[in-house]
Design a protein around this ligand. Structure first.
Ligand code: IMP
Ligand code: MG
Length: 374
C-alpha cells in the first residue's frame, strides 16, 4: 500500500511488464522507420521515464526534443492544456514521433497536433506507453500503444498525483476508499427511516433521503431545486438526471464522510447504474443494499397506526397502502436482481424491536468487505 497526499494506491503493473512493453515499442518503431532518422518529441513531464528507457532501447540513430504540457489537476483531466515549454527545433521535412506516457481524454494530443500543424513535418506519429481507450474522446490516431489501461487513475513511472509518485519504478492504481455505502430498501412502514437514524449514529454515516434532498433544495431555492420544482408543479416525475445532480451535490458536500445511506434511491436499474457511475468517479462504490422485509399484513397494521397519529391520508386507506406495495414490488424487483448479480444484496427480517433490527442490520454491515486502506 502506498499513500500520496490524501489517497491510497496499490501495485498494478510491475516494472518487468513495463520494461517488456517499452522493449516491444522500441523494436516495432525502429522496424517501421528503417532508413530514417526520426525526431522523438518527448511530452514532459510525465513521459520522461518512458522516454529515457525507450530511447536507450532504440537501436538506430534518432534525434530527441521536448515539449512541456500540463492538463491534469488532482486525479482528473482539467480539459485545458497548458503550454509550458514549446518546441525549439526546426522540424520541417522530418518524421516526428511523439512520445507520451499516457493518453487519456486525448486533449493533450489535440494540443500536440496543433503545435505541429504549421511546421510542415514529413509525417507525425504518436507513441504512448499507456492508453485508456474508454476515456479517449478524440479521433486522432494513436499509432503505437505499449499497454491499454482501464479508465482508472494510476501513478508511477513518470505519472504523478499532484506532483508525487513520478519516481516509482512501477505503476500503482488508486485504491477505492474504505467506506460503508448502503442502499436501504423496504416497503412503506418497513422502518427504513427509523433504522437509518440508528445506523448513521453507529457508523458515522451521512443519511441521504432523496425526498429530503428535494425538499431541502426546493426550500433553499437552489438552481437544482428550482429545476425540480418545475416538474413537481406540473405533476411530472423529476427526471433522473436532475435527481442525480442533486445526489452528486450532496455527496460532494460530505467529502470526508465515512459512508452514506441512500434512502429512496435508486428506484430503477437505470438509477442504480447512474449511482454506480457517480460513486465510481469518486473512487467509491455501493457496499451493500439491504432490504428490510416484513409481511404486508404487519406493515398495513403499522401504517394504519401511523396514519392515525400523523394524519397522513395515504397511510389511512388500506387500498392506497396496497397500491404502494404493488408499486414497490414491481419497481424494486429488478433492482434486487441487479444487486444480487453483484453479490451486494442482503435481506433482513424487519419484524421485531427497533434494537433487534438494528442488530440484524449491523451483522450484515460488519461482514462487508469495504476495502482496507486506512
Ligand atoms: P489527456 O490530455 O486527457 O489525454 O491526458 C494526458 C495527460 O493527463 C497525461 O500526460 C498525464 O499528465 C495526465 N494523466 C492522464 N491519466 C493519468 C493517470 O492515470 N495518472 C496520472 N496522470 C494522468
Ligand atoms: Mg503527459
Amino acid at each position: 500500500m502506498l499513500r500520496l497526499h490524501d489517497k491510497y494506491f496499490e501495485p498494478f503493473i510491475s516494472a518487468t511488464d513495463i520494461d517488456r512493453s517499452v522493449e516491444r515499442l522500441a523494436r516495432q518503431i525502429s522496424s517501421d522507420f528503417p532508413g530514417e532518422v526520426p525526431i522523438f518529441v518527448v511530452v514532459l513531464n510525465g513521459a520522461f521515464m518512458f522516454a529515457s528507457d525507450f530511447l536507450k532501447k532504440y537501436p538506430r540513430n534518432c534525434k530527441i526534443s521536448f515539449v512541456k504540457l500540463a492538463s491534469y489537476q488532482g486525479t482528473s483531466s482539467s480539459g485545458q492544456v497548458k503550454h509550458l515549454i514549446g518546441l525549439e527545433e526546426n522540424v520541417e521535412g522530418q518524421t516526428v514521433i511523439v512520445l507520451e506516457d499516457v493518453i487519456d481524454t486525448g486533449n493533450t494530443l489535440v494540443e500536440i497536433h496543433r503545435i505541429f500543424s504549421g511546421m510542415n513535418v514529413k509525417k507525425i506519429r504518436v507513441a504512448t506507453l499507456f492508453y485508456k481507450p474508454e476515456a479517449y474522446k478524440q479521433s486522432f490516431p494513436v499509432d503505437y500503444v505499449g499497454m491499454k489501461l482501464p479508465e482508472r487513475f494510476v501513478v508511477g513511472y513518470g505519472l504523478d498525483y499532484d506532483g508525487l509518485g513520478r519516481n516509482l519504478p512501477e505503476i500503482y492504481q488508486l485504491k477505492e476508499r474504505n467506506m460503508i455505502n448502503l442502499v436501504l430498501f423496504g416497503k412503506p412502514g418497513a422502518g427504513k427511516g427509523t433504522q437509518a437514524v440508528f445506523l448513521k449514529e453507529k457508523y458515522n454515516l451521512v443519511h441521504i433521503s432523496t425526498g429530503d434532498v428535494f425538499r431541502y433544495n426546493i426550500k433553499g431555492e437552489t438552481e437544482l431545486g428550482k429545476l425540480a420544482k418545475q416538474y413537481i408543479d406540473r405533476g411530472e416525475l423529476v427526471p433522473d438526471e436532475v435527481t442525480i445532480n442533486m445526489l452528486q451535490a450532496e455527496v460532494d458536500k460530505n467529502q470526508g464522510a465515512e459512508g452514506f445511506i441512500f434512502d429512496g434511491f435508486p428506484r430503477t436499474t437505470a438509477q442504480a447504474d447512474a449511482l454506480d457511475q457517480l460513486l465510481k468517479a469518486k473512487g467509491m462504490s455501493v457496499s451493500a443494499t439491504i432490504a428490510l422485509e416484513a409481511d404486508d399484513e404487519v406493515l398495513i397494521g403499522r401504517l394504519l397506526e401511523r396514519g392515525k397519529l400523523s394524519g397522513r391520508s395515504d397511510d389511512q386507506d388500506e387500498s392506497k397502502i396496497r397500491f404502494r406495495f404493488e408499486e414497490y414490488n414491481q419497481k424494486t424487483a429488478p433492482l434486487i436482481d441487479y444487486y444480487k448479480k453483484r453479490g451486494k444484496f442482503f435481506s433482513v427480517n424487519g419484524i421485531g424491536s427497533i434494537e433487534e433490527i438494528t442488530t440484524r442490520l449491523s451483522e450484515v454491515i460488519e461482514k462487508l468487505d469495504t476495502a482496507v486502506n486506512k
